[in-house]
Design a protein around this ligand. Structure first.
Ligand code: NAD
Ligand code: MG
Length: 401
């Protein structure tokens, strides 16, 4: 029986993974080793009981008594805290879903790779933060990373049977997010609820706002570079409002291979779960006559400074990805808390990248987890300082006008 674990089981990707497992036979068909979640203890306990997991782990150490109580009599072990999540990743499993949001997904991903698992990677932040480290761990331990981000799953599928050396370009599609059709001048005033109204995809809160700002696409450009090993100049971004083409690979003979499907993450999760086979999936089938048209437009870099910053990160390489991701996470927290405006997130991230230039001159070859964590930590402090300056500047301006 195949064994598996899900990190971030209670999130959007995690729930959709559980849905596919349930449809494929659930606890009768898989041996579920570990399920982890954040604050939703009742959901975590319910799914651990249903899938008869060996262990359920919540992120907050203070949640342990309640999780234990909820699991009483089920035979499922309870554990809590970041170290317990990392230890759950040390338990061997054939297939591991990495679907924690943010840099917190990095350590469990690395620990899972160390026992040679197939790592289904939704957590793009770990490739952005420490791509060379993750790829080296996979190579060293004979583990395999399968992309779960829909774009990267599409690229991966368009590359099956092809030689990566024949690839000329990779074209990432972007929906443009909730604020795609807003006038540029209005973006500065966009609120959290404005940015959460995604036109096509139902996802977690953080990635939905990152879609509106295109920080999500910026992360994905870097993820493409790290995962597929192509040069930054080979990676293009195109806005495709219908979100039906999930991405494309252009070859040196001019051919372009595109992956199409309904905007449903179970395509990408299911591909990773069944790889290298394909199984029946409960996703809507496209009626192309009804779709009728597919449209595209070039992204306007004035609206999406995040795309420019992704290029700056790739030019710097090394630990710049760790600084970029950490600064972006803090900027997003500050936007969610009302401290800074929508368009000010990019300013915070850019200021951190510039401030950290002196620290980031190290080569990939020397990248260690400690280096990555040190840069992540420092970038968070600098980002919080910069966001504080912006917020104070606004309060100050308010007093005099
Ligand atoms: P989500 O917010 O819905 O779920 C995140 C999960 O991680 C939850 O289980 C949450 O409890 C847990 N979590 C949050 N903070 C944690 C921490 N500090 N430590 C441990 N666990 C923590 O997020 P999501 O939308 O499912 O996204 C998960 C990952 O997948 C992200 O990296 C995202 O970029 C990527 N992704 C998501 C989608 C999507 O459709 N939702 C698509 C592509 C990629
Ligand atoms: Mg994506």
């Amino acid at each position: 029986m195949r064994s598996l674990s899900i990190f971030g089981a209670t999130g959007s990707v995690g729930e959709q993974t559980v849905d596919l497992l349930r449809r494929a036979g659930g606890a009768e068909a898989f041996r579920v080793v570990a399920l982890t979640g954040g604050r939703n203890l009742s959901r975590l306990a319910d799914m651990a009981r249903e899938l008869r997991a060996e262990v359920a782990v919540c992120a907050d150490a203070l949640g342990l008594p309640e999780l234990r109580e909820r699991l009483a009599g089920s035979g499922v072990e309870a554990a809590a805290g970041p170290e317990a999540i990392a230890e759950a990743a040390d338990r061997p499993a054939d297939w591991v879903m990495s679907a924690i949001v943010g840099a917190a997904g990095l350590v469990p991903g690395i620990r899972a790779l160390r026992h040679g698992a197939v790592l289904a990677l939704a957590n793009k932040e770990s490739l952005v933060t420490a791509g060379p480290l993750l790829m080296a761990e996979a190579a060293q331990h004979g583990a395999r990373i399968l992309p779960v981000d829909s774009e990267h799953s599409a690229i991966f599928q368009a590359l099956v049977g092809e030689d990566i050396a024949a690839v000329e370009r990779i074209i990432l599609t972007a929906s443009g997010g909730a604020l795609r059709d807003w006038p540029l001048e209005a973006l500065a005033k966009a609120t959290v609820s404005d940015a959460l109204a995604h036109p096509n995809w139902a996802m977690g809160q953080r990635i939905t706002i990152d879609s509106a700002s295109m920080f999500n696409k910026a992360l994905e450009v870097i993820e493409t570079r790290e995962f597929f090993g192509v040069e930054p100049e080979q990676i293009e971004v195109i806005i495709h409002p219908e979100s039906l083409i999930h991405s494309m690979v252009g070859y040196r003979d001019g051919a372009i291979m595109a992956h199409l499907g309904a905007p449903d993450m179970r395509h990408a999760i299911g591909y990773a779960l069944n790889w290298p086979a394909r199984a029946e999936l409960p996703v809507a089938r496209l009626d192309l006559a009804q779709v009728a048209t597919l449209t595209f437009r070039a992204p306007d870099l004035a609206r999406y400074p995040a795309l420019r910053l992704a290029r700056a990160v790739m030019a710097r390489r090394g630990l710049a990805g760790a600084a970029f991701n950490a600064a972006k996470e803090v900027a997003l927290d500050q936007f969610l808390a009302g401290g800074i405006g929508f368009m000010e997130m990019a300013g915070v991230v850019e200021a951190v990248l510039e401030a950290m230039d002196a620290d980031l001159g190290r080569e990939n070859a020397t990248m260690s987890l400690e280096d990555v964590q040190a840069v992540d930590h420092l970038a968070r402090i600098r980002a919080a300082e910069r966001a504080g300056e912006i917020a104070r500047g606004r309060a100050g301006a308010g007093r005099w006008t």
